[in-house]
Ligand binder design. Sequence first.
Ligand SMILES: Nc1ncnc2c1ncn2[C@@H]1O[C@H](COP(=O)(O)OP(=O)(O)OP(=O)(O)O)[C@@H](O)[C@H]1O
Ligand SMILES: [Mg+2]
Length: 232
Amino acid sequence: MATRSTLPRPMPDHAATDLTHEQRIREQERARIARDLHDELGAQLVGIGMALGQLREQLSAGGETGSALGQADYARELLAQAHQSMDQIIDDLRPPIVEFGLVDALAWQCRQVTRQSGLPCSLDSPSALPLEDEFVVLSLLRIAREALNNAVRHAQASQIDVKLTLANGTLLLVIADNGIGFAPQAAHRQGRGLRNMRQRAQALGASLALERGGSKGSEGGSSIVLRMPVPL
Ligand SMILES: Nc1ncnc2c1ncn2[C@@H]1O[C@H](COP(=O)(O)OP(=O)(O)OP(=O)(O)O)[C@@H](O)[C@H]1O
Ligand SMILES: [Mg+2]
């Protein structure tokens, strides 16, 4: 039987407090912009879509078959693209899935990776791990997202495994691949991705390590390992 446990906000150490505060404020601001985009721009796009639909019907009823009808159809295509772009921006600002908690958010992210890249991505986790703090869920999702994107872009892997466990007061999140492994200089020549991951981990009071060896049964590969103390 799956044990349901609540996961309160981890205590950041003293040095990370400012960073945590700054990132919390930033995430709140991003969430506000995502909400405004959805509620205001989203509603306006729906309104434009309805007006265009009526316009098209009137043109068609008036016997129009030529370029005016074509223009109306083109405008509807552009509108659909604008809607897609808006959804993508909202998702970048604050993925709506975070409301459902960490396990569902990671499962969704794995499916996205497979859909977009064709790479199988498995998730091994407890069936539920209630997180009360959206900032923690969002930070862990963003870290996992970057690690998964890196595995897709750099690892030449054929499998990615995400593992989530909570034991002895520590939440462990591992994103492993069976690819070529980190080049020795890669950890030093960090791009934005690794740097952001470290900062997010620090703001959670967590540690983040790059480890050799990846997916089960693979000789090479690499893993991103995050350990976050969770008060019992
Ligand atoms: N799973 C992986 N397997 C092999 N190498 C990796 C993996 N993840 C990252 N790397 C290496 O580490 C480097 C740094 O990664 P990082 O995410 O910081 O930057 P990036 O992905 O190159 O660029 P950015 O994330 O800023 O778009 C990568 O360029 C790549 O060489
Ligand atoms: Mg990257």
